[in-house]
Design a protein around this ligand. Structure first.
Ligand code: ATP
Ligand code: MG
Length: 643
């Protein structure tokens, strides 16, 4: 048989590359010592560093004295929030800034978020870009305050002619972009309530959501883009709505029809509504079970999210803000849309995944479009880190929300992107509750509570625990962006405290560290270990790109099981047992005498659509149990399901 000579060097090149990869990977799996060492008797605690923010950042911070602000906010919350709230347009002033009996913010006040996000900035900002949009086909749009006001007020008028009135629900099934932003703002304008649905639901799940929501109108795109490919959803939507009593307004991709229809409609003026009037209903991520429906209102939410963008994410006038979160999650609602417009800033909305078509494109986009402040998630940061080399971006801050930001990823972010601002909050809270910038950071810790927020670590009965103890994270006071209603879930308030459901630890200086969910705590003997503690240790190993830890029943009590995505894309099968041994020793070295963990390798981990690792699914798979509600699961998860 004659081998075509041209193919020879090619095949040889591939072989050489494969061999080099095996050598590189084995070098990482097998550092200096040959065999796994038995764990020493005393664990090496993960060292906590205290790192000062860059001097320039600290000096120019919008919150110059965070300690004084926090004190003032708790001593006299009314006086603290009143000053900031007065900066907005109120049709009628509030009677009380905060009514303690029913925890209502700005009771008696009449306002409108759309009025404050758009009309209030005109005519001064008429020509300033409010929204930068990058659609799935790579088209960049620039939309000024004047245009966004014009288009959204006409859409509001169109909604009215379609029978939508104050308090009615409008379901949005739209990708991140101009149309979704306009639809949300149009609802806000006439006091209707938007309810965004995550893209990618099948017809059954979509129908169930619509049956629960009972919207008067559905605004739906016929397609969206995912990793450069159009995903047609017209048929899915049509199947889902059969027989339901609602109107549909289509956004047909690639056709100017949607915008053209707006020019035929009569613009609607913003309608003043009570501060607690519902603005939107949004599901939580569904990490711990069936998503709950969170309702946010106009007044408190407006004040809270705008305050946070200015004081936590430190946005300055004229700067460009970008969040990689989809518009249909709370992070997208609060910081992709409302807060940047409320501050008169510019927000960049991107339809496709942040690292599409390549991580290089992500860095280029930030640099080219002049993004100053980024809000992303640990999942995105871990992906970027796994890809290797970063490029200069011009970012001033790189904030992270949604999951624990492990020290390793914190350091990578600081080195390759910008000063990291880890921020902890929940859909229910609307805006960050921790940290208090620009104080020194402790990687692995989320920081001190924000003004308006009082946080504690307590036992089951709500009794405060001493610094350094693990317990329930509860809030005595939350900020004004707190939800106005909750549907399909138990009230988080118990004994005058807001129970967050998270496991945390507070140090002597009052810095909080989030260790995972209280219901996911791993009970090993007498010890209580948070999944995040195990994962943070694993992420310090050079061969670990991603990790998830769960507790599983063992011979005595619980054992730790870890799921690891190796750093090398094609990690050699024959080296996996060795790496597993290495990782066990690595965990034992840092966590102390726990039963040897079980190690499983995956190509990827299951995530919610908002990018959080779904540990309950991994646990259910391992134990052969029913996974429960998976409607929040990311659409393209499927690879490597069984352990
Ligand atoms: P569900 O409530 O349906 O189970 P979820 O809690 O994941 O889902 P979200 O409101 O989107 O829904 O997420 C809030 C949770 O995300 C927090 O309770 C916390 O567990 C986690 N989280 C958010 N930000 C951080 C952070 N900076 N560090 C650690 N954990 C975080
Ligand atoms: Mg939650």
């Amino acid at each position: 048989v004659k081998v075509p000579s041209r193919r020879f060097p090619f095949a040889f090149g591939r072989l050489a590359r494969a061999l080099a990869e095996v050598a590189r990977v084995s070098a990482q799996v097998l550092p200096e010592e040959e065999a796994p060492t038995p764990p020493p008797a005393l664990p090496e605690p993960v060292r906590v560093e205290r790192i000062d923010p860059p001097e320039a950042l600290r000096r120019a911070a919008n919150l110059p004295d965070p300690r004084a602000a926090h004190r003032a906010s708790l001593e006299d919350p009314e006086a603290f929030w009143e000053g900031f709230a007065r900066g907005f347009a109120w049709e009628r002033p509030w009677k009380a800034v905060f009514r303690r009996e029913d925890r209502t913010w700005f009771a008696g006040g009449l306002t409108n978020v759309a009025l404050n996000a758009l009309d209030r900035h005109l005519p001064e900002k008429a020509q300033q870009v409010a929204l930068l949009t990058l659609d799935g086909e790579g088209r960049l749009g620039k939309w000024t305050y004047k245009e966004v006001r014009e288009l959204s007020s006409r859409l509001a008028g169109l909604f009215r002619t379609l029978g939508v009135g104050r308090g009615d629900r409008v379901a949005l099934y739209l990708p991140t972009g101009l149309e979704a932003a306009l639809a949300a703002l149009a609802c806000a304008r006439i006091g209707a309530v938007h309810a965004a649905l995550p893209l990618g639901l099948g017809p059954e799940a979509l129908r169930r959501r619509l049956e629960d929501l009972r919207p008067r109108l559905l605004v739906a795109a016929d397609a969206y883009f995912y990793r450069g490919q159009p995903v047609r959803v017209r048929e899915v939507v049509e199947a889902a709505i059969q027989g339901l009593d609602l109107k549909v307004l289509w956004h047909v991709r690639g056709s100017p029809e949607f915008l053209e229809r707006l020019y035929e409609a009569r613009p609607a003026e913003p309608e003043p509504v009570p501060a607690a009037h519902p603005l939107f209903l949004l599901p939580t991520s569904g990490s711990t079970g069936k998503p709950k429906g969170v309702v946010h209102g106009h007044g408190g939410y407006m004040v809270g999210v705008a305050w946070a963008l200015r004081h936590v994410f430190d946005l300055k006038p004229g700067e460009v803000f970008h969040t990689t979160a989809d518009l249909f999650w709370i992070v997208g609602h609060s910081f992709g849309l409302y807060a940047p417009l409320l501050l008169g800033g510019t927000s960049l909305l991107v339809e496709d995944r942040p690292d599409h078509p390549s991580p290089g494109a992500f860095y280029e986009r930030l640099a080219h479009l002049g993004v100053d402040v980024l809000l992303t998630s640990p999942a995105v940061l871990r992906t970027l880190r796994r890809h290797g080399e970063a490029r200069p971006t011009g970012l001033r801050l790189a904030a992270s929300v949604g999951e624990v930001l492990s020290p390793e990823i914190w350091r990578w972010t600081r080195e390759h992107l910008a000063w990291p601002v880890d921020n902890w909050w929940q859909t229910e809270l609307g805006a960050p509750a921790l940290p208090r910038p620009p104080l020194p950071a402790k990687p692995g810790h989320v920081g001190l509570p924000l003004p308006g927020v009082e946080a504690r670590v307590v036992d089951e009965e709500g009794r405060p625990l001493p610094p350094g103890s693990k317990g329930h994270l509860v809030l005595g006071a939350t900020g004004p962006a707190h939800m106005v209603d909750l549907q399909g879930g138990r009230s988080p308030w118990r004994g005058g405290l807001y129970w967050t459901g998270d496991l945390a630890e507070m140090d002597e200086e009052g810095y909080f560290r989030i260790l995972g969910r209280t219901e996911e705590v791993i009970k090993v003997g007498e010890a209580r270990i948070g999944p995040a503690e195990v994962e943070a240790v694993l992420l310090t190993h050079p061969q670990v790109a991603e990790a998830a830890a769960v507790g599983v029943p063992g011979e005595t009590g619980e054992e730790i099981a870890v799921f690891v995505v190796p750093q090398a894309r094609e990690f050699p099968e024959e080296l996996k047992p060795l790496l597993a041994e290495k990782l066990k020793a690595h965990i034992l070295r840092h966590l102390g005498p726990v039963p040897p963990p079980r190690v499983f390798f995956r190509e990827r981990l299951p995530r919610t659509r908002s990018g959080k690792i779904l540990r309950r699914l991994l646990k259910a798979e391992l134990l052969g149990l029913d996974p429960g509600d998976t409607s929040g699961l990311e659409e393209d998860y499927g690879a490597g399901k069984a352990p």
